[in-house]
Design a protein around this ligand. Sequence first.
Ligand code: NI
Length: 237
Amino acid sequence: MQFFYGILGKKRAGKTLIAVLAVVLIMILVAGANARTKRSKDALQNVVAMSHYEKVVALTFDDGPGYKTTMKLLDGLKERGVRATFFLLGEKVEQRTEVVERMKEDGHLIGSHTYSHVQLDSVNLEYAIEEIEHANEVIAKITGEYPTYIRPPYGAWNAQIEERVDMTPVLWTVDPFDWNVKDVDRIVNYVVSEVKNGDIILMHDIYETSVVAALEIVDRLQKEGYIFVTVDDLVIE
Ligand code: NI
C-alpha cells in the first residue's frame, strides 16, 4: 500500500489497487479453467490422483433400463446434478429406447450388460461374443456410439473373451444386494456405512426400492462431501 501511495498519491493508488486485484482475479480464474480442461483431457490420471485426497464415488446400475423406475431415477439424478453409469441389457434397450435417449441427453455413461444377461464364461465363446456385439449394436443405434465399458453379468469374464473384445470390464466394490434386500433403509445404511473413496457401487434401476435408496444415498454422501463420477474416471484401462 505504501508503495502505491508513494508513487501515485492516494486517489490513483485506490484505482490502481482495484485494477491490480482485478488482474489477479482474472489470473486465478484462467488458472482454474486450465486445470479443469486438463482434468477432462486426462480424466483417469487426475481422478486417480484426486482420489488420494478427495471423496470420489461412482453409482452404477445394472439390468435396465426399466421404465418408470429408471425415469424416476433420471429425474432425481438431474435434480442433484449427479451423473451415473448404466450397464444396459440389449433386449431392454430395444423396448425402451426413449429411456436410453434420456440417459444420453443427461450425460450419463452408458455401458453394456450383454444382450440377454448371459454368464459369458459358461457359454460357447462365439455365443458370448455375439451377446456382447449384439448389445453394442443395439446401444449404438440409439446413442450413436459403441459402448466401451461392459459389466459382465455375475462378474464372469475370462482371457479368451478379453482377447476378442475391445472393451473394459467393470466390476464393483460395494454391493448392497438391493435386488434381494428391497428395503430402502437397509440398502442406504449398508452403502453409507461401507463406502469409501474410489468405490464403485452396484445397484439396479429396475426396482422402486433401489431407486429411492440410490437418491437417498446421493443426498447423504453429498452432505459428507462425496463427488459422484462415472466409472471412466475410476477404472484403469
Ligand atoms: Ni445383472
